[in-house]
Design a protein around this ligand. Structure first.
Ligand code: PGA
Length: 254
């Protein structure tokens, strides 16, 4: 059964919630979404300080957890860094790599992102690789070129399969702004990504899931998911409340 036969809804909690709040949110998400996890994959990305506790809460449930970032190094004297292996040992199944906040606010270069993906793969974490254009790039007609160059980083990984990777298209202009790509704008990019995959990775282009992210809410989730190449959603703000997140998970039921 290919991964695409199931939608995936991921919540990126960013730098929000204290530890007690993050634990309560995880419990609440499990309580409200647990009944749907046979039909929809659910992943939570809490802050790194909460990962061990949240993974413990969700242990023995089908809800997965991930870390929002990892180091590009394996180990060493890198004060403040968290390695992929540490995240895995604290319970993470996934890592987010290439999120626009990391690319733009923290200046993560393509080289760094490739190193992070290599570390993640070695540690056995699934990669959720984010990419997307800025408003200026969209307005100057560069969407395809920018996204293809962001996807080209995948060529630098050795081997990977559809089970190692999820892709997340997140137009930068839609993240945290309340502006969502319209379902047809999103589908157009997702179809282009699928075409890129079928040219470069024909062996699993039809299995890889492509999520959409950027101001997803309960109100727009269903219309986005109705498109043939949108296999899931990466949710920021609306994942911080269990009721709005679970309404989004519900909208992904077949
Ligand atoms: P948003 O964030 O849903 O708050 O726009 C999405 C993301 O950054 O992953």
């Amino acid at each position: 059964m290919s991964n695409r036969s199931k939608k995936i809804i991921a919540g990126n909690h960013k730098m929000f919630t204290t530890l007690p709040e993050g634990m309560a949110l995880a419990k609440e998400v499990h309580r409200s979404c647990g009944q749907w996890t046979e039909s929809v994959d659910v992943v939570l990305f809490p802050p790194a300080t909460h990962l061990f506790a949240v993974s413990g809460i969700l242990n023995n449930t089908p809800i997965s957890t991930g870390i929002q970032n990892c180091s590009s190094f394996r180990e060493g004297a890198y004060t403040g860094e968290i390695s992929a292996e540490m995240a895995k040992s604290a319970g993470a199944d996934y890592v987010l790599i290439g999120h626009s906040e990391r690319r733009h606010l923290f200046g993560e270069s393509d080289e760094v992102l490739v190193q992070k993906m290599k570390q993640a793969k070695q540690a056995g974490l699934k990669i959720m690789y984010c990419f997307g254009e800025t408003l200026a790039q969209r307005e100057s007609g560069q969407v395809e070129q920018i996204i293809q160059s962001q996807l080209a980083l995948l060529h630098q990984l050795d081997e990977f399969t559809a089970n190692d990777l999820e892709l997340a298209y997140e137009p930068v202009w839609a993240i945290g702004t309340g502006l969502t790509a319209s379902p047809s704008q999103a589908q157009e990019v997702h179809a282009m990504v699928r075409k890129f995959l079928s040219l470069h990775y024909p062996q699993f282009a039809e299995q890889l899931r492509i999520l959409y992210g950027g101001s997803v809410k309960a109100e727009n989730a269903k219309d986005l998911l109705a498109n043939p190449d949108i296999d899931g959603l990466l949710v920021g703000g609306a994942s911080l409340k269990a009721d709005s997140f679970s309404a989004i998970v519900q909208s992904a039921l077949p």
